[in-house]
Design a protein around this ligand. Structure first.
Ligand code: URA
Length: 250
């Protein structure tokens, strides 16, 4: 049997999908009707009921977070807060900045002095997708640098800079104002933006992450967090799905 379905109990699949930010119930019914939804790997049929805490759901092969115990926070990290779980110097940590239960972990890391957007979650699949280089999710930074990079320095930043752990991948780089550079990278190497700017002769004075894939947020004050909406979580999964497909050999 390929599509075991509890006769009673559980919740209707379209209701769970709608709550997970996939679309209206109507849209979700259509997706199910079109055979685009799987439950535990098997194509689901209309009328299917599931246990959101136990069943794995995907639309077009992209996982949908239906487990109600999963939480996703967006935090605006201030300078001086560390991304590690504990700090020998007793500095505040990002984990202490969000609710203690359920336990969450930062997705990747920002240097202690770097500010800006950081996701914390107990969703291991999303963490993997956002941090593994094969998914290559864009991260955008605003860097206030010493001096103001000229055309040559900007071209070097764009084309790839030779660092002691190898050359950086091409980056999107724009001079926003004198001494203020917007840099978008999809690698996650240690102190990468700082090292890139230093390598072209313009050390960073202040660094702020302004976007993670599709997630940009200007209203969150430093030190504040909010829960990502179901639609935002969905958009993060979708971003990693498209970059994954784009990188797959044809
Ligand atoms: N690049 C850096 O140099 N520091 C960060 O925290 C993130 C990216």
């Amino acid at each position: 049997m390929t599509n075991p379905e509890p006769e009673s109990g559980g919740e209707r699949l379209q209701k769970v999908l709608a709550r997970a930010g996939v679309g209206s119930r109507r849209v979700c019914e259509e997706l199910i009707g079109d055979g685009r939804v799987t439950v535990n790997g098997d194509v689901a049929v209309l009328g299917r009921r599931i246990d959101p805490g136990a069943d794995a759901v995907a639309v077009d092969g992209v996982p949908v977070v239906v487990d109600p115990t999963r939480v996703h926070y967006l935090f605006n990290k201030p300078a001086g807060v560390v991304t590690t779980a504990g700090d020998p110097q007793g500095r505040p940590t990002v984990v202490q900045s969000v609710p203690p239960e359920p336990r969450v972990f930062p997705v990747g890391r920002l240097d202690a002095e770097t500010e800006g957007l950081l996701i914390l979650t107990n969703d291991g699949e999303l963490t993997h997708r956002l941090t593994h280089p094969s998914f290559g999710v864009d991260k955008e930074y605003l860097a206030e640098v010493e001096g103001s990079p000229g055309r040559l320095a900007l071209r070097r930043l764009r084309g790839g800079v030779e660092l002691d752990d190898g050359p950086t991948a091409p980056a999107a780089v724009a001079l926003v104002a004198p001494g203020l550079v917007r840099i978008t990278i999809h690698e996650g190497r240690n102190r990468q933006v700082r090292r890139m700017c230093e390598a072209v002769g313009h050390p960073v004075r202040r660094l702020v992450r302004t976007r993670i894939g599709p997630i940009a947020e200007r209203r969150l004050a430093p030190g504040e967090w909010r829960a990502l909406t179901a639609e935002e979580v969905r958009s993060l999964y979708q971003t990693t799905a498209s970059t994954d497909a784009a990188r797959r050999p044809r």
